[in-house]
Write a protein that binds this ligand. Structure first.
Ligand SMILES: Nc1nc2c(c(=O)[nH]1)N[C@H]1C(S)=C(S)[C@@H](COP(=O)(O)OP(=O)(O)OC[C@H]3O[C@@H](n4cnc5c(=O)[nH]c(N)nc54)[C@H](O)[C@@H]3O)O[C@H]1N2
Ligand SMILES: Nc1nc2c(c(=O)[nH]1)N[C@H]1C(S)=C(S)[C@@H](COP(=O)(O)OP(=O)(O)OC[C@H]3O[C@@H](n4cnc5c(=O)[nH]c(N)nc54)[C@H](O)[C@@H]3O)O[C@H]1N2
Ligand SMILES: [Mo]
Length: 761
């Protein structure tokens, strides 16, 4: 018997349809059984009718009830009583908390101006309302600094859009029709599980599945072949593939002639990109590169799935831009099962969000489609400054030169402000849907900022996270079981409605209500703070007049729980060109890139870790000299070369979410460092050893796992553990850089080198 029938048969149960709020391409629809006598949710499962969820939740969200009813859920507002970071708080009343916060905000704005207030949020929930909906109303009203939400996907997004025009491409269902599937920089079985049934369907029809990844991930192990590439070098592989496809005449001449721009120049610029050259860079045999290019061009339809793993490197934007040229070159877009998928967020780009944000949103780039409040370069002169979230450490510095560096500059043509133009120091940080003390790069700098006594930090949370420990006020927020929302997806074509299933736990409130109360405490009486959550969402749905949303209504969402954007099935968006680029073609040559300060043709942008080793170790040595054990470090560095360190998602966590649920912690065991047997042997490391992983930024202690499922020269630390549950209360973001990618000023988490030594203590 299906779950829904099971509970329908029980008089005291109701079943409520909702949606998973998490940052994952799958955006599942779920159903929750609630015991109406107690009001408790007792069961949760994937919606059986949802064509992509297909009745299954992942191992993490299967535990959503455990997380919701966790003994450590925050249930009352808290005020700090101990030093920052100590985690010592006392409960207070909501009224007191909002009044005190409003007082502090008023005096900060009077002294330093509104830009001294900085919102900080990312992807705790991707809901339109509990994400940035009400928050935007609040921060726009205040005139706070804006936040460029760059921590995840901007580089790839920008690179893709320069070539294709928008974040649109293949839909996941169509992977079932492919004969060749390249999974490129994505651990699909971990981070996009619901795509896998379609990959399997293709395999049953004889498709080959290849995984291009520095690690032999569970996805690579389940595929036909692992193509072990050095991190950050995918652009070189793609250039060599283009070289082979063009030089051997394997491209689709008529597709190229009709629907692409700049082929001749592309052909010229890839001439030097022989497989031999790319082999030196990528670590792959030249023969394998040549064969891959031929397979890709000949096996039709050919599908590529890129996720965001490969763009967390300095050249990430250019790499994605180059890879996105491949389907047009071979005409893969013509067929069902051919093309590429990065993100489907562009399917929702015509949604009208102006009413949602009420005060007038300030969306600049396409990037803001995925995460609202994106960059605002073209805004009215009075627009507040925009701070790059990756540079939180700099943003919280009282040094104007560092603050200037934290300003958002997504393109080479965007100039940095001078220290004099940097604006006021950040005096108030309001964090929601985010755990910056654990997830943001250059953790030492972030924590130094969060420790500032003169900084007002307010954290809206479910749990006492690493970040909440640094708050002056912690405000308890509701989970997805307790509030309304609407979600769109970045991995498929469905919108989903989330209905609350249970009453809020303790005194927790939805983010929307917390911002309403803060607005009220500041004396704002604007109508946009009076609308209820349900009203806001109804109005939002009613405002969608674009043909893609024809048939969408509130009633329909209530009845079905989800809605497929009006695009044809199968969806072959570029079978006859129609690229949403300036030229309407797939842009091998991009004039827009030239204007923005880039090379207009695909080119290789090397990762930073590849920079001259000598140059780097000199600089590092100088910095390390100021550390204690300096002599040790210096002598070590000469015979202990640095390793590239990547820290992709752990299977059982979602960033730091779920990393406090004991059953999921048990599955991940402990904070690990996967290391190749050769790299381990030369350092005298065996599995189970505690190792120190460090560089000039910081250090973290991990447990070694020696494994051949990784290329030599690269280590891998599955993330993201809570720092406070890690040795020395430090996690992997101790060693990650706040440096920005080539495009979109995104994060370069995986473009970093570390020393690894066995810990002798
Ligand atoms: N279980 C789980 N699911 C998640 C998340 C999670 O934390 N846990 N996170 C969610 C989030 S926030 C996001 S953004 C999405 C997408 O998340 P992604 O970051 O795309 O995650 P993965 O799919 O694991 O892809 C990362 C893969 O890329 C590989 N990789 C790293 N560097 C390179 C490189 O330079 N080249 C190539 N070819 N491969 C490289 C890694 O080894 C890893 O296997 O997943 C979401 N889903
Ligand atoms: N080293 C390393 N660092 C990384 C990455 C990596 O691969 N390696 N990945 C990066 C990526 S891709 C991403 S997307 C970021 C993600 O970074 P974050 O956006 O910080 O994501 P989470 O760690 O999941 O933390 C989200 C927090 O929001 C809270 N939350 C959830 N729902 C709500 C709500 O409704 N209201 C409120 N107030 N709070 C809520 C959760 O309790 C949780 O503590 O991390 C980045 N950091
Ligand atoms: Mo992400």
């Amino acid at each position: 018997m299906s779950k829904i029938d099971l509970y329908a048969a029980r008089a005291t149960y109701t079943v409520v349809t909702g949606a998973c709020p998490h940052d994952c391409p799958d955006t599942c629809s779920w159903q929750v059984a609630v015991d109406t006598t107690s009001g408790y949710a007792t069961d949760i499962w994937g919606h059986a009718n949802h064509p992509f969820t297909q009745g299954r939740l992942c191992g993490k969200v299967d535990r959503y009830l455990e997380r919701t009813y966790h003994a450590e859920r925050l249930t009352r507002p808290l005020r700090r009583v101990g030093p920052k970071g100590s985690g010592q708080f006392e409960p207070i009343e909501w009224k007191e908390a909002t009044a005190e916060i409003a007082d502090r905000l008023r005096s900060i704005r009077a002294t330093y101006g509104s830009e001294a207030v900085l919102p900080y949020s990312y992807s705790g929930t991707l809901g339109f309302l509990q994400g940035e909906g009400m928050a935007t109303r609040f921060f726009t009203r205040i005139g706070a600094s804006r936040l460029a939400r760059t921590i995840c996907s901007e580089a790839g997004f920008e690179g893709y859009c320069y070539t294709i025009g928008a974040a649109e491409g293949m839909l996941p269902e169509d992977f079932a029709h492919a004969r060749l599937i390249l999974i490129w920089g994505s651990n699909t079985l971990t981070s996009n599980q619901h795509l896998w049934p379609f990959v399997q369907a293709a395999r049953r029809q004889g498709a080959r599945v290849l995984v291009i990844d520095p690690a032999n991930t569970r996805t690579a192990q389940a595929a036909d072949e692992w193509i072990p590439i050095r991190p950050g070098t995918d652009g070189a592989l793609a250039l060599a593939m283009i070289h082979v496809i063009i030089s051997e005449g394997l491209y689709d001449t008529s597709y190229v002639a009709r629907y692409t721009l700049g082929f001749d120049r592309l052909a010229e610029c890839v001439q030097e990109w022989t497989p031999v050259r790319a082999a030196h860079i990528t670590g792959l045999p030249a023969e394998r590169i040549g064969a891959l290019a031929r397979e890709y061009a000949r096996l039709r339809p050919a599908a590529i799935r890129i996720n965001y793993g490969l763009q967390r490197h300095y050249g990430g934007g250019m790499a994605v831009r180059t890879i996105s040229c491949l389907p047009a070159l071979v005409g893969a877009w013509r067929e069902q099962g051919g093309g590429i998928q990065l993100s489907s967020s562009g399917l929702f780009r015509q949604m009208d969000k102006s009413g949602l944000y009420a005060q007038g949103s300030h969306e600049g780039s396409e990037a803001s489609v995925q995460f609202p409040m994106g960059h605002t370069g073209e805004d009215a002169p009075a627009a507040p400054r925009t701070i790059n979230m990756n540079r939180l450490g700099d943003a919280l510095s009282l040094e104007p030169a560092l603050l200037a560096r934290a300003h958002y500059r997504p393109r080479p043509v965007d100039r940095a402000p001078t220290p004099e133009q940097a604006g006021p120091p950040v005096k108030a940080l309001i964090v929601y849907n985010c755990n910056p003390a654990a997830v943001t790069p250059d953790q030492c700098a972030v924590l130094a900022g969060l420790r500032r006594d003169d900084l007002l930090t307010v954290v809206l949370e479910h749990f006492q996270t690493d970040t909440a420990d640094y708050a002056d006020y912690v405000l308890p927020a509701t989970t997805q079981l307790e509030h309304w929302d609407i979600h769109r997806s970045y991995g498929h074509a469905y919108l989903a409605l989330n209905r609350p299933a249970i009453a809020p736990i303790g005194e927790a409130l939805p983010n929307s209500m917390i911002f309403r109360r803060l607005a009220a405490a500041l004396g704002y009486t604007d109508g946009c703070f009076a609308e209820t959550d349900e009203q806001i969402l109804r109005t939002f749905v009613a405002a969608q007049t674009h043909e893609r949303f024809a048939g969408l209504s509130w009633e329909r969402l209530l009845a079905d729980g989800f809605f497929r954007v009006n695009v044809p099935t199968p969806y072959l968006p570029f079978a006859e060109g129609n690229f949403p680029t300036p030229s309407g073609k797939c842009e091998f040559y991009s004039a827009r890139m030239a204007e923005d300060g880039y090379e207009p043709l695909p080119t290789y942008t090397a990762p930073k870790w590849e920079r001259s080793e000598a140059e780097e170790s000199m600089a590092d040595a100088q910095r390390i000299l100021v550390n204690e054990a300096a002599d040790d470090e210096l002598s070590l560095s000469s015979h202990n070369p640095q390793l590239v360190c990547i820290s992709p998602p752990a299977h059982s966590f979602l960033n730091t979410t779920f990393a406090n649920v004991s059953r999921l912690i048990q599955r991940e065991v402990e904070p690990l460092l996967c290391i190749h047997p050769d790299d381990a042997a030369s350092r005298d490391i065996v599995s189970g050893d505690r190792v120190r992983v460090y560089n000039e930024r910081g250090e973290v202690e991990l447990t070694a796992k020696v494994t051949g499922n990784l290329i030599a020269g690269t280590v891998l630390a599955p993330g993201i553990w809570w720092a406070k549950f890690s040795p020395g209360r430090r996690n992997i973001n101790q060693i990650t850089p706040a440096d920005e990618t080539d495009m979109g000023a995104s994060a370069t988490f995986y473009d970093v080198r570390v020393w690894v030594v066995r810990n002798c203590v």
